[in-house]
Design a protein around this ligand. Structure first.
Ligand code: IVH
Length: 708
């Protein structure tokens, strides 16, 4: 569906669904909308998951999705197997039966430097009888570190998904693959003359998503995953596709290995080159490496690109363990063929390992804002992937026991990209008898009250709500950037104010005795005036920020946003029935139970009342209201990035204005960036944007003139 028609149809459907008063009481769906609803949802899924360029809010997507669901519920005969509602059916299970791959899934040979690459090129040329000066092009792309999958399409429909298994046979995981929004259930291979196709790809979890999953698992007392790959391969093999879906995997497709017409004749070779084939897959709606793949005309250029990617590695969204270099010409690939182990036309270029060994000096315990007691390893400082690591989380008691980690042990530490460092294992061969088992505490290291381990969980909790460490963690959360954002009130100041007895609870922040603070060393009239101002401003903050600031278990930035969109006052949440939470995309029973329990606690109830009395906003603000799609907004559908120093307004404010004007803020310069606002002393980002030539660069003044 064309973008313009998808967007205008989106508007029509939303208008119908929302009704004239925009309250959701619109007209019921009619059967002749069916095809459109599917096409619109597919368009937005592709924009969101594959292009990373959403065109509507999550809530609006849900409105359209529910309309389709309602239509299908009353017309079950209509339901198409490629409808977006059919990704995770309720009665599906995955049995992991063995299936044979159409083409074996081989391994790759490895290279580590330019010399290895040159050797490989030499072998390729000899095999092909090619002179050193004859042109030979290479396609270079990321070697994604996830779980490999093979997808079979027949007559344009996804028919089978399988894991790599032993290379010849994999495990059948079709229903789990259907649950991944980056995999089209139906797409036009027929336009390439192909009836039967097998694709290869890698299912992955974004690094930030992985960190969240582990955070959540840790908070829920579950075992954490060692790295994103383990989280991904585990997700592929879930019995219940819903669980695969919840893990939010993305599938990058890196090869069209097999494609035949109805008479069984190969149709892949016609595409000419690997690069062209992968681009075709992108056009068919698959997620492909895109800007991270490159066609190179010499092996030196290949090595240069690999080095650039290795440098970028920590900033990339996904975990890579290297690059893959392929002879680009498909006819040459066919001539080269494979050994039993790997194709001769491809080689992996491995990045430097990000592991090191160190000694475990001691284990300390941290108490978090909801009371979880987390063990932290103090290790001999060691350089790892560009940073010095001296503290590493040990997650929980079981982690230490399962890995038999002892104080004084030599330990293997890994840092995967920008993912937090992790202890892979202890190295028992180095033990000299002086190592001591870690003694798990029976009492909170901060308040000395006994700690408990809830049934079925891996974490220990300090249940003393007044535990000073918990109180401190909650105070810090309250004033933090994503919460009330109180400048000038950080950990250090909070600690001093606590020592002086001025702050015991969150409401006390709004009762600070400013004249007494003046007597403290290091505080001047001016800094106190600034603090008072910042605290006054905090009182006007959005409901979303207030929710984030309260350390309610499971209620982070995103959940707070969704809740704030739907209530007039924070206190309304106390009365929400469970179904109301369940109706919000991505929220489950745990969240519902948790929020209800939080509000039912008289301490918390009381705190909210105090905050309200002290003038802290508890109501939905303009900022909290869901954004409407307004195509006439000056930056409708554009991506924007601010760089350099802005002189008239702050960065956050500028981003807010941009969002209100229809733009989406992004964090880096890429071909997907539409607008760069360059402030003073703009540096590399500006250069990069200018080099791209496709980015509109404007000054702060021009930007403000447009949004105001
Ligand atoms: S091509 C015929 N390309 O790495 C084998 N593999 O170590 C050709 N992998 O099993 C494989 N990214 O799971 C290829 N861009 C990429 C890849 C990739 C990750 C995985 C794949 C393969 C393993 C081999």
């Amino acid at each position: 569906m064309l973008k313009s028609s998808a967007l205008s149809k989106t508007k029509e459907v939303l208008a119908k669904a929302e009704g004239p008063r925009g309250n959701g009481a619109g007209t019921p769906p009619s059967t002749d909308e069916y095809e459109d609803l599917i096409a619109i949802l597919k368009f937005h899924e592709h924009q969101y998951y594959v292009l990373d360029d959403p065109q509507i809010s999550d809530r609006e997507y849900d409105v359209i999705y529910k309309r389709l669901e309602a239509l299908e519920a009353t017309n079950p005969l209509l339901v198409r197997s490629d409808s977006p509602t059919q990704r995770v059916g309720s009665d599906l299970t995955t049995n992991l039966e063995a299936v044979e791959h159409l083409v074996p899934m081989l391994s790759l040979a490895n290279s580590y430097n330019l010399e290895d690459l040159q050797d490989w090129e030499g072998t390729v040329r000899r095999y092909l009888n090619m002179e050193a000066d004859e042109p030979l092009a290479f396609a270079v792309e990321p070697k994604y570190d996830g779980g490999s999958v093979a997808l079979v399409y027949e007559n344009d429909y996804l028919m089978r998904g399988a894991t790599r298994g032993n290379g010849a046979e994999g495990e059948e995981i079709t229903n789990n693959m259907r649950a991944l929004p980056t995999i089209p259930l139906k797409t036009a291979f027929s336009s390439l003359g192909m009836d039967r196709v097998e694709l290869r790809g890698e299912a992955l979890i974004r690094k930030d998503r992985f960190a969240k999953i582990n955070e959540q698992r840790e908070a829920d007392g579950q075992q954490v995953f060692a790295n994103p790959r383990n989280a991904a391969t585990g997700a592929l093999r879930m019995k219940n596709p819903k669980e695969t879906s919840d893990r939010k995997l993305d599938a990058f497709i890196y090869s069209l290995g097999f494609g035949v017409d109805k008479d069984g004749n190969d149709q892949v070779q016609k595409l000419g080159s690997h690069f062209a084939a992968v681009e075709k897959l992108g056009e068919l709606g698959f997620l492909i490496p895109g800007q991270y793949m490159k066609r190179c005309d010499s092996i030196e250029e290949v090595a240069k690109f690999c080095a650039e990617m290795e440098e970028q590695r920590p900033t990339l969204a996904y975990e890579l363990d290297g690059m893959v270099v392929k002879v680009d010409d498909l006819a040459l690939q066919a001539r080269l063929g494979s050994t039993a182990h790997h194709p001769r036309w491809a080689i992996a270029y491995k990045f430097a390992a990000q592991q090191a060994t160190s000694t475990l000096l001691n284990v300390d315990y941290q108490v978090g804002k909801i009371g979880s007691v987390t063990p932290v390893a103090r290790i001999e400082p060691v350089a790892l992937a560009g940073v010095t690591v001296s503290n590493v989380s040990l997650h929980n008691e079981d982690f230490i026991r399962d890995k038999d980690i002892r104080i004084g042990d030599r330990v293997l530490v890994e840092r995967a990209g920008d993912v937090i460092p992790y202890i892979v294992k202890s190295l028992p061969d180095y033990r000299d008898g002086s190592q001591q088992p870690v003694e798990w505490p029976s009492h909170c290291p901060e308040c000395s009250e006994p700690i408990v381990r809830p049934e079925g969980e891996a974490r220990w909790l300090c249940v003393n709500n007044d535990c000073p460490a918990q109180v401190m963690a909650r105070l810090i959360q309250h004033v933090s950037k994503d919460a009330m954002d109180i400048d000038g009130l950080g950990e250090k100041q909070l600690a001093r104010f606590r020592e002086n007895g001025w702050i015991q609870t969150i409401p006390d922040i709004y009762r600070l005795p400013y004249d007494e603070i003046l007597a403290l060393e290091g505080f001047k009239e001016k800094s106190i005036e600034n603090l008072r101002l910042a605290i006054d401003q905090a009182k006007e903050k959005s409901l979303q920020r207030l929710l984030v600031s309260l350390s309610i278990h499971h209620i982070g930035k995103k959940a707070s946003k969704m809740l704030a969109e739907q209530v007039e006052d924070i206190r309304d949440l106390a009365d929400w029935p469970e179904e109301r939470f369940l109706s919000i995309h991505g929220m489950g029973k745990t969240v519902a139970d948790n929020v209800s329990a939080w509000f039912a606690n008289s301490h918390n109830h009381n705190m909210i009342e105090q905050l309200a009395q002290l003038g802290v906003n508890t109501k939905q603000t303009e900022e909290d209201k869901p954004l409407a799609v307004d195509e006439s907004a000056p930056f409708f559908g554009k991506t924007i990035l601010f760089t350099g120093t802005l002189s008239e307004i702050g960065r956050k404010e500028a981003q807010g204005l941009a969002e209100a004007a229809g733009a989406r803020n992004v964090s880096g310069v890429s071909s997907k960036l539409d607008i760069l606002v360059a402030g003073e002393k703009a540096g590399s980002k500006l250069k990069k944007a200018e080099a791209l030539g496709t980015v509109k660069v404007m000054s702060e003044g021009e930007f403000l003139a447009l949004v105001r």
